[in-house]
Ligand binder design. Structure first.
Ligand code: ADP
Length: 253
């Protein structure tokens, strides 16, 4: 039996009079890749930031690894890894210097080369952050979430703006991290990505969860309800053509 590592119970968040999160409840299980999906403004980032201890909630209960968020925020911070927006990195420091800076903030001893190895950036250890390609920047920002050897990491739209090769490369990295026992909560606007990567997804709309299940189950339910796609479905799409023609290997390396 898998145990919940995160339990969110009847979570509410108001910004002034506007209620962005309206009574959300869900569990994230140990070792799971859990997706938060939903249109812009649905309340995904707000929910994520509350779990990350970066935003206060209005009401409800969040428990992470058995610790109540209100009572043990500092203990929770020690076991989670939070991905910063890539704009948050000093552009003129090199990757080794940035890792040392973060390790200092976390008060941890870290071997920068070992960490860069994990995300396939050893060759770039002396490169400045601003010199990296989009995919490399995202890989580096995921590396920084691992500095404190967290049990849970939160990734907010990690593949936005990446080319198909870099996106697939990041999926592999995310799966590798999960393979090592880390639970992953991810937001994405790409449904193909959620379908291949997430064990379960919660679809949020207007501050409420409207569906929560394995992607395959949600698709089966829709089909069982009589849904049919307009037009003839082909067994490949344009992205398959693109990857077939340009290969899986990463560019701009
Ligand atoms: P999502 O990540 O799903 O796009 P957000 O959690 O960012 O959604 O936002 C949910 C709603 O809350 C949106 O309508 C947004 O405009 C509003 N909102 C987010 N942050 C603030 C804030 N600091 N002050 C006021 N309203 C906010």
């Amino acid at each position: 039996m898998k145990v919940p590592v995160i339990s969110v119970n009847n979570l509410h968040k108001k910004y002034g009079n506007f209620e962005a999160v309206r009574g959300i409840s869900f569990d994230v299980l140990e070792g799971e890749i859990f997706g938060l999906l939903g249109p812009n403004g649905a309340g995904k980032s707000t929910t994520l930031e509350i779990m990350e201890t970066l935003r206060t909630k209005t009401s409800g209960e969040v428990t992470i690894k058995g610790m109540n968020l209100d009572q043990h925020p500092n203990e929770i911070k020690k076991i989670i890894g939070v991905q910063l927006q890539t704009s948050g990195f000093y552009p003129n420091l090199n990757l080794t210097e940035l890792i040392e800076l973060f390790a200092g903030l976390y008060n941890r001893e870290v071997d920068p080369m070992a960490l860069l190895d994990k995300v396939n950036l050893r060759d770039k250890s002396k490169a400045k952050f601003k010199e990296l390609s989009g995919g490399q920047k995202q890989r580096f920002s995921i590396a920084t979430t691992l500095i404190n050897q967290p049990q849970i990491i939160f990734l907010d739209e990690p593949t936005t703006g990446l080319d198909p090769q870099a996106r697939r490369n990041l999926w592999e990295l995310i799966r590798d991290i999960r393979q090592q026992g880390t639970t992953i909560i991810i937001t994405t606007h790409y449904m193909d990505e959620a379908e291949v990567l997430c064990d379960r997804v919660a679809i949020i709309d207007q501050g409420k969860i409207i569906a929560l299940d394995q992607p395959g189950n949600l698709i089966d339910k829709l089909l069982a309800a009589g849904f049919e796609k307009a037009g003839e479905a082909k067994k490949a799409n344009l992205e398959d053509v693109f990857i077939q023609m340009t290969g899986h290997h990463l560019r701009e390396e």
